[in-house]
Design a protein around this ligand. Structure first.
Ligand code: ZN
Ligand code: ZN
Length: 243
């Protein structure tokens, strides 16, 4: 299976990542990607940029070296109601939002019931495109209950390649369960690198191995064909409206 876009990538602006937007895009081009999203951290992640960084994203070119560029953000789920820390941004500069749970920005406990109710809240948030690395160990939730609701609300369940490398086998096993339930309920997934250095942009090996191991249908991987992904962008983002 070929992946045509990498829609979760960090730059030096995230403060714990090591490449610029242009270095990321150069790698995306080299690896034959059609689109690339810049999704730096926000809010309480140490060193994350403030609202001005995101507000100014309207200056980003729509395309660099023939690769479509989406202006995004990796927001944090901050509580069990599923609230996010997306700041008010003048001029609607973003066209791509990942929502993820991180230890440092989640207020209160993140037990099974907390995470279940949090994701149910996120599912209803019209700003969110991607449910980020929800297989993170320590943030398990009721996959059977929540995943069909992600699907009903047009949310893409992320299969995050970096989680497998950073979090190991526990993460792979959670992702396998999540992907199996997506397959069962026909809920689309998106494969992303979550790169923090340009050499990881467009690297999806572990995520694809896992999907292959459960015979995951290619047509449910939203970024496995340009036309399929374009259709999603047209329906769920303002990317083409902004052209
Ligand atoms: Zn994250
Ligand atoms: Zn990330």
């Amino acid at each position: 299976m070929k992946i045509i876009s990498d829609m979760h990538c960090h730059t030096v602006a995230s403060a714990h990542a090591y490449s610029t937007l242009f270095e990321n895009v150069r790698m995306a081009k080299k690896r034959g990607l059609w689109a690339n999203a810049v999704t730096d951290h926000v809010g309480g992640i140490p060193g994350a940029p403030g609202p001005w960084y995101f507000e100014n994203m309207s200056i980003l070119p729509r395309e660099i070296k023939g690769v479509k560029i989406l202006a995004g953000m990796e927001s944090n789920v901050v509580n069990s109601s599923g609230e996010l820390d997306i700041p008010y941004l003048k001029g609607d500069p973003l066209n791509w939002v990942v929502a993820s749970m991180h230890e440092v920005t989640f207020n209160g406990t993140h037990g099974f019931d907390d995470c279940t109710s949090a994701w149910l809240g996120v599912a209803k948030n019209p700003l969110v495109n991607v449910i980020g690395h929800s297989g993170t160990p320590g943030f398990e939730y009721d996959y059977e209950k929540v995943i069909p609701i992600f699907g009903e609300n047009g949310k893409l369940v992320e299969i995050n390649n970096s989680s497998h490398r950073v979090r190991g086998i526990e993460s792979v096993n959670n992702c396998k369960k999540i992907a199996s339930i997506c397959k069962k309920h026909c809920v689309p997934v998106i494969v992303n690198s979550d790169s923090h250095i340009c050499s990881h942009v467009g690297c999806f090996d572990s995520a694809l191995d896992m999907l292959e191991s459960i015979d995951f249908p290619e047509e449910l991987v939203i970024n496995s064909a340009v036309n399929r992904f374009k259709k999603y962008l047209e329906s769920y983002t303002n990317y083409f409206e902004m052209e």
